[in-house]
Ligand binder design. Structure first.
Ligand code: PLP
Length: 406
């Protein structure tokens, strides 16, 4: 795969850009990934030639975009190996997918006094919707902790689950620690006690092979923009038998079967959860991103990105004063660190002037920061278009920034 990187990079126009007259080194892939030409061009081509609202028309263009929109659903269904195509629901992102489940699963299955478990390392999107549900239903949030290396303490899970536990919501990969969580084990434990599980795949889907049937999760959620697709599109996978029991999340056009002023009946899956005009052009372009990833091969991607992370970890540890935040045995593509008492934002600002884009702050994971009693980290995150040379540039520039700040 390494020999192809030069060629792969040509597919991403932004990677040819200069920042402050320097070659861009983009190491902020956990926030969002860059888009290949095929995705960008599809968006433009559809607006130019095929734009027409989906599902509503009998004319040529509407049928054309409806077919393309439904083809993406088919592609995602195969990509994550869901049992049924209608288990794939389009949303605007991971955040909306989790809010949908928290609301709708909550309405159907959660009552006063029940319990919901989230982990200590969750992104705010996988905490706050559950907190709102807990307030609404007067139920309780319990927290599965992680240890100082950044690994979930799975042995605690058995103690946390009670007969009141309704759902466990946990991330597949931590966006701040890089930890790859043992989601299959968590799901096994949860199911042995009749508890449902939502897996936040926002940082998992782009780095590793996902088979939702093998994983046996009840819900799996992710965002297109983190897997080389457009912004404003997300996926909610849910097991059909659970989704069917859940009420609609939003209401309006498309999600109905029949409307009278006396009573409305709802459409079948997946349309019951896709109220209004969907973001169909971006959904259509999203399919191209998935094909692009499939063409490279997710196993090749994983192998190469693991190598990038290993190399970056080795190199960064040679710098005096570096502390890596998140040292789990299994990690993926995320390198979070602090440097003595230097503020991460100062490092990020200087690196930026050198053309290197990293992220600094709490990464929407304040509870993980609270664990380490820190107010933020600097985070480099990798994608398959990054190179070992870029990591060398990052390390040299980081050393220079630290020298300047000391
Ligand atoms: N969950 C995790 C683990 C994330 O890293 C992110 C975004 O960084 C989200 C959820 C939210 O994703 P989005 O902002 O695309 O909805």
């Amino acid at each position: 795969m390494e020999t192809d990187i030069k060629k792969i990079r040509q597919d991403f126009p932004i990677l040819q850009e200069k920042i402050y007259d320097k070659d861009l080194v983009y190491l902020d892939n956990a926030a969002t990934t860059q888009k290949p030409d095929i995705v960008i061009n599809t968006i433009s081509e559809y607006y130019r030639k095929y734009n027409s609202n989906v599902h509503r028309g009998i004319h040529y263009l509407s049928n054309f975009s409806t077919t393309a929109y439904e083809n993406t659903r088919e592609t995602i269904h195969k990509f994550i190996n869901s049992k049924y195509k209608e288990e794939i629901i389009f949303t605007k992102g991971t955040t909306e997918s989790i809010n949908l489940v928290a609301f709708s699963f909550g309405e159907a299955f959660v009552k006063e006094g029940d319990e919901i478990i989230v982990s200590e390392m969750e992104h705010h999107s996988n905490i706050v919707p559950w907190q709102l549900l807990a307030e609404r239903k007067k139920c309780k949030i319990k927290v599965l902790p992680f240890d100082d290396s950044g690994e979930l303490i799975i042995s605690e899970l058995e103690n946390l689950i009670t007969e009141k536990t309704k759902i466990i919501a946990v991330t597949q990969v931590s966006n701040v620690l890089g930890t790859v969580n043992p989601v299959k084990k968590i799901i096994e434990i949860a199911h042995s006690k009749n508890v449902s599980v939502l897996i936040d795949g926002a940082q998992g889907i782009q780095h590793t092979f996902v088979d939702v049937q093998k994983m046996d999760c009840d819900f799996y959620v992710f965002s297109a923009h983190k897997i080389y697709g457009p912004t404003g599109v997300g996926v909610l996978y849910g097991k059909k038998e659970i989704l069917e029991k859940m009420p609609p999340y939003q209401s309006g056009g498309e999600m109905i079967s029949k409307v009278t002023f006396e009573k409305t009946t709802f459409n079948e899956l997946p349309y019951k959860f896709e109220a209004g005009t969907p973001n169909y052009i971006d959904v259509i372009a999203f399919e191209k991103a998935i094909h692009y990833v499939n063409d490279i091969g997710i196993h090749n991607i994983k192998k190469y990105e693991d190598k990038l992370l290993e190399y970056a970890t080795e190199q960064i540890l040679k710098i005096d004063g570096i502390k890596i935040i998140g040292e789990a045995k299994h990690k993926s593509s995320v390198l979070s660190f602090t440097v003595n008492d230097i503020h991460p934002a100062d490092i990020g600002t200087i690196l930026d002037k050198m053309g290197i884009a990293i992220r600094t702050g709490t990464h929407c994971a304040e509870t993980a920061m609270q664990h380490f009693k820190i107010n933020g980290t600097a985070r480099a995150s990798f994608a398959f278009y990054n190179t070992l040379e870029e990591i060398d540039k990052f390390i040299i520039s980081l050393e220079k920034s630290i020298m300047m700040l000391r």
